[in-house]
Structures are given as C-alpha cells and as structure tokens.
Design a protein around this ligand. Structure first.
Ligand code: GLU
Length: 303
C-alpha cells in the first residue's frame, strides 16, 4: 500500500469532515503497513496559528491517528516552491498575470466569453506583449505567476470516484502577494515527501487533473487519488460551524468522547460496527470498497 498523508490548514479546529477524511487517509496507509505523514498547509500565515496546529494534532491523536517523522510546514518551504517556479519559467511555462479576481469573474461570465467553466482562468494575460506588460506594471499592478498549461482537460483515475475529468487551466503558481499557491505547493510537497496516494475530501476532486498536469510538467511521479465524499450539515450544504457540535471538543462537551466519535466516523466510512474504538482497531478489517460514494449527513449534531 502506498504512503499517505493528511494535509490540513491550521486555521481552526478540525471538524467532523476533516477528522473523517483523516481517518480514511490513515486507514488506507496503515492497512498496508505504509508510512503516513502530517503536513500543515499554512501558506496563509495570517489565518494559520500554532494554537490551531496544536489542537489539530491533539484531536488526531485522540482518535488514535499517528504519523511518521516531523510535521512539515509549508510556511517553511517557500524557497523550494520558488525553485519549481524558476524551473518552469526557464522552460517558458509561466507568465505574469495582472488580472484582479473581479476581472477574471467578469471575463468568464461574459455572454460571449471564453466559455470557461466556473472559476477557471480564461487566459486573459497569456499572450500580452512586453509593452502591455510594462503598461500594467506602470499602473502599479503586481502580477501573479501562472502556469502556461499544455492541455485544456485531463482525466485521472480515482479509487472511489472512478475516472475524474476536469478542466486544466493556467493555475496560479505564485499569488500577487508573493505567496506560493496551493496547487503548486501541494504537488511539490507530495513528491518531496514520497506520497503515493492522496486521500482527501471530494471538494478537491476537480483539482486533481490540474495537479497531475503540473506534476507531469515538473517531472514528478504521479500520485493516485481517493476522494472521500463530503460531510453535510442538516440543510444539505457542506458541514459548517453553525451546524452544531462539529468539533471533537464540542462532541466531548456533549458526552461523546473520542472513542465514541471514532466509532461513529468509522461507521460512516463503512468500517467497524459503530461501537467505540481507536483507529488502530480498524486497521485489520479495513475495506476500501465499503466506503460510501455519497455524502454523509451525521445525525445528532444539534441539541
Ligand atoms: N489543505 C487542504 C485543506 O485543508 C487539503 C489539501 C490536500 O489534501 O490536497 O482543505
């Protein structure tokens, strides 16, 4: 079984959806005797904090989820991401983009626009002349750096979802505030950490083709994917704080301890019988084919 990882952003307490994904990722790795690493995706330093990092690690440990080696922090790896950007730039595979978020939205929603799907970059700055670039720089615009993608769509195989086809647009590699972008950091780090299987929430499934393309261009080994369906709140939208007792601490305050929570999360993943447990108890009987392909709506969050 390939080595795995969990890569949360330390911007708050982990909620049931994050904990459930972490448990699934850990079980995929450990059931095959593989390594499992924890990476803090703290590129947004303003929103990330050491306190959240500590509470996230404490909650994972309470469920019996452990990891190998030191925790890696993306905030300490900017130089490595810059190397990848330089490599791509030297090969003519990047360009500066001066668009604001608003301009991108307007371009992709225009009636006779480029027909790009939601959120995809329509390529506005791809072929700016040097003079046009100078004009934008002179107006004080700071560019983001984008990938000059070589394909417009790609299909990746997903262990849980089957083939996933999505648009590959010119993703941002470095934001216009100088911070490396998520898609670049995730691809560089998964390769650097020897990750072979990425297990994460299925809100990121359509990012997988972009990330595979970026890995290909950087000459990195491809990872395999298992995207786990999301956890929904009572109103049918993605689980959020307002939905009630959504963190381990909040569940604990209502008398549901970590072992009970572990049993409940495992059951929702088609593992175990719902009784209190620790992650370790689930390793032997882990059956990836039993993971439901539909979102999970937990009962008893409020009250
Ligand atoms: N840091 C991302 C998140 O917390 C996950 C990225 C990934 O697993 O690729 O949603």
């Amino acid at each position: 079984m390939p080595s795995g990882r969990f890569a949360p952003s330390p911007t708050g307490d982990l909620h049931l959806g994050n904990l459930r994904t972490a448990l699934a990722a850990w079980l995929f790795a450990r059931s095959g005797g593989s390594t499992f690493v924890l990476r803090m995706e703290d590129l947004d330093r303003n929103q990330s904090s050491a306190d959240h990092e500590t509470s996230q690690q404490r909650d994972l440990a309470a469920l019996g989820i452990d990891w190998d080696g030191a925790v890696v922090r993306q905030s300490e790896r900017f130089a490595i991401y810059e190397e990848a950007i330089s490599d791509l730039t030297a090969r003519g595979l990047t360009y500066p983009c001066y668009c604001t978020r608003r301009e991108i939205q307007e371009a992709s929603s225009a009636p006779h626009g480029d027909g790009m799907p939601d959120g995809a970059y329509p390529g506005t700055c791809r072929d700016l002349t040097p003079a046009m670039r100078r004009e934008r720089e002179a107006a004080g615009r700071r560019p983001a750096i984008r990938l000059r993608a070589q394909v417009s769509e790609l299909t990746v195989d997903d262990v849980l979802l089957g083939p996933v086809t999505a648009t590959v647009d010119d993703v941002v590699l470095r934001r216009n505030d100088g911070v490396p972008a998520y898609n670049l950091a995730v691809v560089v780090d998964d390769a650097a950490q020897g990750i072979e299987q990425v297990v994460r929430g299925d809100d990121l499934a359509t990012s997988a083709p972009r990330q595979r393309h970026l890995a290909d261009l950087l000459g990195l080994l491809p990872v395999s994917y298992a995207h786990v369906p999301l956890v929904l709140g009572p109103t049918g939208t993605r689980l959020a704080k307002r939905d009630g007792a959504v963190t381990l601490a909040e569940q604990k305050a209502r008398g549901v301890g970590p072992p009970e929570l572990c049993g409940m999360l495992a059951r929702s993943l088609g593992q175990g019988d719902g009784r209190a447990c620790s992650a370790d108890d689930l390793v032997e009987g882990f059956d990836a084919t039993a993971i439901p392909r539909e979102p999970w709506t937990p009962a008893r969050l409020v009250g």
